[in-house]
Ligand binder design. Structure first.
Ligand code: BES
Ligand code: MN
Ligand code: MN
Length: 454
C-alpha cells in the first residue's frame, strides 16, 4: 500500500488540482455552472475508483453527489460526508496566486477549497482507490458530498429526512475539520452550533444633510453601533437575557481535562499577529473556542464609504451578526431570544428588522465508540502518536441532524490545520496532510470492520 501511494501521489495531486480549478462557490449564483461541473467531476472520479450507483441527486438547490459500494450487507456501513462547494475567494487582491489557479508551493497546495473541503474529500476518493487496489473494502461505504455546506445545508437537511433508508449506516465519517499540529495529532469531538442574522436599522425616510438635520434625529449607524456594543458587558459576557440559560456547564475536572490539550497562547497570538488575547472573562482560550458560546459581527455597512468625505446621515444601517452555540443551546431558541432582545433595545427614532439566515445545532461526538477508537488507532499508526480529543469552534450543521434524523454518530477525522487559512486569502492544504489522510483512512476502515462486532 505504501509503495502504491508513493508511486501515484503525483497523479493524486494532479487530479485534486484539476478539481480545485473549478470555482464551485455556492454563495454566488454566477458560479452555478461551475457548481454543476465540480459535482460532475467528482461523480466521474468516484465511478473511476469503483464506486457503484454513483449519481447526482437533484435538490431545490445544488446537486448532492452520491455513490456506494455494498460489499456484504452483513458487514457494517460507513457513510462518508463532505462538501464540494467553497467559500467566495474575495478579497482577490490578497491572494499571491489565483484562488482557482492552484499551485503547489513549499509543499502546500494553494487554492480556495484546498483544505475546506475539496482536498479533504479527495483524500477519501483516493483512499477508496487504494483499498480497491489492495483487496477491496473491508466494509460497506456510502458517500454523500453536498454543494451547499457553506450556505447552511438547507437542501441536504431535506434530502436526509427524505432518504433515511438510502442513507442507513452505522457511522458517519467526515474529514472537514483540523488537527492541533502535524506533530500533535488530534480528533475534534465537538462542533459549535450557529444562529446567523442580518439586521437593518432604519431612521429617516431618506439620507439627510448632516448639518441641517444632525443632532435632531437618530442616526441609524450611530444607533446600530451602540446597540451592537451593548450586546457584551465589561467582562465580555453576552447580555441577551436567557442566552446562557441552557449552556452546558462543565465540571472543574472536565475543564481541567479540556485544558490539558497542547495549546500555547503565545503561539496563538503570534500566528495571527495579536498583542493580546481577548474574550469572555474567566475562561481560557481553549474554553472560549471550544465550550463557550459567542456573538460576533461579521459585517457592517451603511452611509458613505467611497473616496473623500460626504456629510450625510444615512437612512439605513446594516450588520450581519452570528452567534456560535454550545450544548444544550438550540438555534431556534437563541434566534428567538436574539430577535426579541435586539428589537427591544432599539431607541425611539429608528425601526429595527432582524432577518434570520441559517442555523445549526452544536454537537459533541462520543469517544467511547468503536468508530472513534478505530480512528484514534489509525492516526496512532500513521502519526506515531495517540491523538488528543479536542472541542472545535467551527460548525458543520448537518452533523447534529445526522444524529437527530438518522440516529447516527459522527467521527470527525480531519487533517487540516488552523494555519491553512480556510475561508481566508491563500487557503492551502499541506501535501503531507493530504497524503497522511489517504494513508490513514484505509486503516480506519480496517480497524472499524475488525472491531465492529466485538
Ligand atoms: N469545515 C468548516 C467547519 C470547520 C472547520 C469545523 C474547521 C471545524 C474546524 C465548514 O465548512 C464551515 O466553514 N462551516 C461554517 C458553517 C456554515 C453554516 C456556513 C462555519 O463554521 O462558519
Ligand atoms: Mn468545510
Ligand atoms: Mn467552510
Amino acid at each position: 500500500m505504501a509503495s502504491f501511494l508513493q508511486d501515484n501521489q503525483d497523479r493524486f495531486l494532479t487530479e485534486l488540482v484539476d478539481w480545485l480549478r473549478i470555482p464551485s462557490v455556492s454563495a454566488d449564483p454566477k458560479f452555478h455552472n461551475d457548481i454543476l461541473k465540480a459535482a460532475e467531476y467528482l461523480k466521474a472520479r468516484l465511478e473511476e475508483v469503483g464506486l457503484e450507483n454513483v449519481e447526482l441527486c437533484q435538490t431545490a438547490g445544488n446537486p448532492i453527489v452520491y455513490g456506494e459500494k455494498i460489499v456484504d450487507p452483513s458487514l457494517p456501513t460507513v457513510l462518508v460526508y463532505g462538501h464540494y462547494d467553497v467559500q467566495p475567494a474575495d478579497p482577490l487582491e490578497l491572494w499571491t496566486s489565483g484562488p482557482f489557479e492552484p499551485v503547489i508551493k513549499d509543499e502546500k497546495i494553494y487554492a480556495r477549497g484546498a483544505c475546506d473541503d475539496k482536498g479533504q474529500v479527495y483524500m477519501h476518493v483516493k483512499a477508496f482507490e487504494v483499498m480497491m487496489q489492495h483487496g477491496g473494502l473491508p466494509c460497506n461505504v456510502k458517500v454523500m458530498v453536498e454543494g451547499e455546506e457553506e450556505i447552511g445545508s438547507n437542501n441536504l437537511g431535506i434530502f436526509v429526512r427524505e432518504n433515511k433508508e438510502k442513507l442507513k449506516a452505522d457511522v458517519i465519517l467526515i474529514s472537514d475539520t483540523g488537527m492541533i499540529a502535524n506533530d500533535t495529532p488530534s480528533i475534534e469531538v465537538g462542533l459549535r452550533g450557529l444562529s446567523y442574522h442580518e439586521v437593518e436599522v432604519t431612521g429617516p425616510n431618506r439620507d439627510l444633510h448632516s448639518g441641517l438635520y444632525g443632532g435632531a434625529v437618530a442616526n441609524p449607524i450611530n444607533v446600530l453601533c451602540k446597540m451592537i456594543a451593548s450586546l457584551h458587558d465589561e467582562n465580555n459576557h453576552i447580555t441577551i437575557p436567557g442566552f446562557y440559560d441552557k449552556v452546558d456547564v462543565l465540571s472543574d475536572a472536565d475543564r481541567a481535562e479540556l485544558n490539558r490539550v497542547p495549546h500555547s497562547d503565545e503561539e496563538f497570538k503570534q500566528s495571527i499577529g495579536l498583542p493580546a488575547t481577548y474574550g469572555e472573562e474567566g475562561y481560557t482560550t481553549v474554553e472560549r473556542i471550544g465550550i463557550r458560546p459567542t456573538l460576533d459581527v461579521n459585517g457592517i455597512w451603511g452611509g458613505y464609504t467611497g473616496e473623500g468625505a460626504k456629510t450625510v446621515i444615512a437612512s439605513k444601517a446594516f450588520a450581519k451578526i452570528s452567534m456560535r452555540l454550545v450544548p444544550h443551546q438550540t438555534s431556534e431558541e437563541i434566534t428567538a431570544l436574539f430577535q426579541q432582545h435586539f428589537a427591544s433595545i432599539a431607541p425611539a427614532g429608528v425601526t429595527v428588522q432582524v432577518r434570520p439566515h441559517h442555523g445549526g445545532e452544536p454537537v459533541v461526538t462520543p469517544t467511547d465508540s468503536v468508530a472513534y477508537q478505530a480512528a484514534a488507532k489509525a492516526i496512532e499508526t500513521t502519526y506515531g502518536k495517540k491523538p488528543v480529543p479536542t472541542r472545535g469552534g467551527g460548525s458543520i450543521p448537518i452533523v447534529a441532524m445526522f444524529k437527530s434524523e438518522l440516529g447516527i454518530d459522527t467521527v470527525l477525522l480531519g487533517f487540516g490545520l488552523d494555519s491553512d487559512a480556510i475561508h481566508s486569502p491563500n487557503e492551502h492544504f499541506g501535501v503531507f496532510n493530504f497524503l497522511k489522510g489517504i494513508e490513514t483512512i484505509p486503516l480506519f476502515y480496517q480497524n472499524y470492520a475488525q472491531d465492529f462486532n466485538k
